[in-house]
Design a protein around this ligand. Structure first.
Ligand code: PXG
Length: 466
């Protein structure tokens, strides 16, 4: 067999990809006909594909490459660690320096008494850990029946059986017999799409109080925890009304329910603070982390656990029978630690707060002048715009949800901008190191794509409200 390299013709790479590589969240037979876009390298906020296109990555990969592509120092740290100790486990009463140092660093950065880290290989695995951890916690407390976890519709918490069950994606639940037992879902705080005539503040309270109603319905002695993304990411960058999270916190406190903040996207600077929980003013007992923990340079995730939950489970007199071969993988841990140090040394959070966010906010809000754009939201560097045929009424399109969003995404693709669509919402989450001049390129390509999509939508008679 010939060696497969970046230098092979695109068509050959696509054919091999189609023949042997099954993609996540993809209708593979349809992709096989079209051929995947092959990404060959990355530098800063730009990707290059096998055709030589320079693409501005408005999504930081999958919300993770926060320091940008091509950071040599991270590659060097990985190489050094592989030579020194490529692997050892953290089971059976052993540990190693990268896992220790990273846990200490995460505990230093995490607020309050979130002082303990359980490692996983990804965000999905970490949420599986959380399911077992909170159930174990209440079990040790003598309340084994307090085992239901409440989550939200349109939440994303991963793709394992546990993660997808916590998530509220109907398309995922429809495949594979999900959710697993004892997971309940309430409605999401998505004012633009579901708020009707309420003000955002009224709606935020109403949606938070669905948690109270659900706890009352199930009985507080049955409910172990509530899990939520401080800002829903994969669901469409849905920023909850300001009233939402304080009310959720009040309800969790009142009923003695553990609060899990899924910080897989919002952690490590994405919202301008170290954690989205700080931006939203909440105090979770457990945080799920992954993605930005290593800027995507190595696969690693985990749970940050407060003293009370840790002390209870750790002091139960029995093992917590859970863990992964790659829990605290030394290479991934070393890379993650260096990534966190670089975020600090380069004052990346200051850059997000004082440079990139204010500048992008101004330009992003400017997109609401476009006839297709109903609202523009941006917290830190995660943003969304709603596409609508009628800005006044916040109407949905008459076409199937996502038709217009997909058409817009196709124009972005053609214009060398990675901007995703979730239904008829367009979303961005660029590397945190993005410069104002690169934000100008992002906005210029986004505007051109919106213009082209608008022309096409009109031409195809799709500019109709449902
Ligand atoms: N929680 C949240 C909040 C996430 O966004 C996960 C958990 C799962 O992490 P892993 O590392 O297991 O993938 C995620 C992942 C998308 C998209 O289409 C989003 C994610 C993953 C894949 C696609 O926006 N988020």
């Amino acid at each position: 067999m010939t060696t497969i390299t970046n230098h092979m013709p695109t068509k050959e790479l696509q054919a091999l990809d189609a023949a042997h590589h099954m993609h996540p969240f993809t209708e593979d037979a349809a992709l096989a006909k079209k051929g995947a876009r092959i990404i060959t390298r990355g530098k800063g906020v730009f990707l290059t594909d096998s055709e030589g296109n320079e693409i501005l990555d408005g999504m930081a990969g999958l919300w993770c490459v926060n320091l940008g592509y091509g950071r040599k120092e991270l590659a060097e740290v990985a190489a050094r660690q592989m030579e020194e100790l490529c692997y050892y486990n953290t089971f059976f009463q052993t540990s190693h320096v990268p896992a220790i140092a990273l846990a200490a660093k995460i505990a230093e950065l995490a607020p309050g008494d979130l002082n303990h880290v359980f490692y996983a290989g990804s965000g999905s695995e970490a949420n599986d850990t959380n399911i077992r951890l909170v159930r174990r916690y209440w079990d040790v407390k003598g309340k084994p029946e307090k085992n239901i976890i409440i989550s939200r519709k349109n939440a994303y918490h991963g793709s394992t059986m546990g993660g997808a069950s916590l998530g509220g994606m109907s398309g995922m639940h429809a495949q594979g017999g999900l959710p697993i037992p004892n997971i309940a879902h309430i409605n999401q705080p998505h004012w633009y799409a579901e708020g009707g005539d309420m003000t955002p503040e009224e709606f935020g309270l109403a949606r938070a109080r669905e948690l109270e109603a659900k706890i009352e319905e199930l009985g507080a002695d049955r409910v172990a925890a509530f899990i939520g993304e401080p800002i829903q990411g994969a669901g469409g960058v849905i920023v909850p009304p300001s009233t939402y999270w304080p009310e959720i916190q009040r309800i969790c406190d009142k009923y003695g329910i553990l609060l899990i903040a899924d910080e897989v996207i919002t952690g490590f600077g994405r919202t301008g603070n170290w954690f989205g929980s700080q931006t939203m003013g909440i105090k979770p007992h457990i945080m799920t982390i992954a993605k930005g923990l290593s800027s995507g340079y190595a696969p690693i995730g985990g749970s940050i656990i407060c003293d009370e939950v840790y002390n209870t489970v750790a002091g139960s007199g029995d093992d917590f029978n859970h863990g992964y071969t790659y829990s605290g993988h030394p290479v991934a841990s070393a890379v993650a630690l260096r990534n966190l140090e670089m975020l600090e040394e380069e004052n990346v959070l200051d850059h997000v707060r004082n440079v990139a966010h204010p500048y992008l906010m101004e330009r992003w809000q400017g997109l609401t002048d476009h006839p297709l754009v109903g609202e523009a939201k941006l917290v830190g560097l995660m943003g969304s715009i709603a596409l609508t045929p009628n800005k006044e009424t916040r109407a949905k399109f008459a076409s199937d949800a996502g038709t217009v969003g997909y058409m817009t995404r196709e124009r972005c693709f053609a214009n060398n901008l990675v901007m995703r669509h979730v239904g008829d919402r367009m979303i961005i989450s660029p590397p945190l190191v993005i410069k104002p001049s690169e934000i100008d390129i992002l906005i210029e390509r986004a505007t051109r794509s919106l213009d082209e999509a608008y022309a096409k939508i009109k031409a195809e008679g799709l500019l109709k409200a449902a």
